[in-house]
Write a protein that binds this ligand. Sequence first.
Ligand code: AP5
Ligand code: ZN
Length: 211
Amino acid sequence: MRIILLGAPGAGKGTQAQFITEKFGIPQISTGDMLRAAVKEGTPLGLEAKDIMAAGKLVSDDLIIALVKERIAQPDCAKGFLFDGFPRTIPQAQALLDADVAIDNVLEIAVDDEEIVKRLSGRRVHEGSGRVYHVIYNPPKVEGKDDVTGDTLVQRADDTEETVRNRLKVYHEQTAPLVGFYRELGERMPDAAPKYSKVEGVGSMDEIREK
Ligand code: AP5
Ligand code: ZN
C-alpha cells in the first residue's frame, strides 16, 4: 500500500498518519520530520534547509526528490509507505511518475485557513518521535510532557503566526495545484493513476479517522 496524504499545514496529516501507518503496518515518510532531524543534527542538508523552513518557504525540489528516493529504497519500504508532506509541488509529483513509483491512494484532508491558524498556535511536538499534541484539542496526559517518554514537548520554529500565514500562501500557490494534477492524471491514465479521495478535516480526530 502506497499512500500520499495531501493537505495544508496543520490539516492533520501527521495526526492521521499515526493511525494509518499502524493499521497498514507501513512506515510514515514525513519530509518535514526528516528535514527537522537534519537541522537538529546540523548536517549539510539541515544547514541549507534551516532558514528556508523558518521562513515557511519550500526546500528545493532537487534536494527533496533525492532525499525521498534514498528513503524509499530502504528495506522497510518494500511493503509500502505513507508520504506525509510529499509531493508538495508539481515537479515533485512528476518525479514520482518519472521514477515509476506507482501510488495507490491520494488522500486529501481539507481544512480552512482560520482553523489552521488556531491549530498551529497550540501545537506541541515530541522532537524524537514526531508525535503531535495540541494544548486544547489533544493535550498530553501530563502538561508539557510526551505521553510515551516523558520528554519535554516543544513548539516548532515555524509555528509563529507570521510563518504560518506564509506557509498557507505557499500551500495555495504551489501544493494545491496537485489536486488538479492527480484528477487530470486519473482522466488521462485511469489504470495507472492513484485513487483520489477527499476528507473534510474539521471535526474530532476520531471522526476524521473514521472517515
Ligand atoms: P511539514 O513538516 O510537512 O509541515 P506542514 O505541511 O506545514 O504540515 P504540519 O506538520 O504543520 O501539519 P500536519 O498536517 O502534519 O498537522 P498535525 O497533524 O501536526 O513541513 C515543514 C517545512 O519543511 C515546510 O514548510 C518546508 O519548508 C519543508 N518541507 C517539508 N516537505 C517538503 C517538500 N516535500 N518540499 C519542499 N519543502 C518541504 O496537526 C496540527 C495541529 O492540529 C496539532 O497540534 C494537532 O494536535 C491538531 N489537530 C490535528 N487534527 C485535529 C482535529 N481534528 N481537531 C483539532 N485539532 C487537531
Ligand atoms: Zn506534519
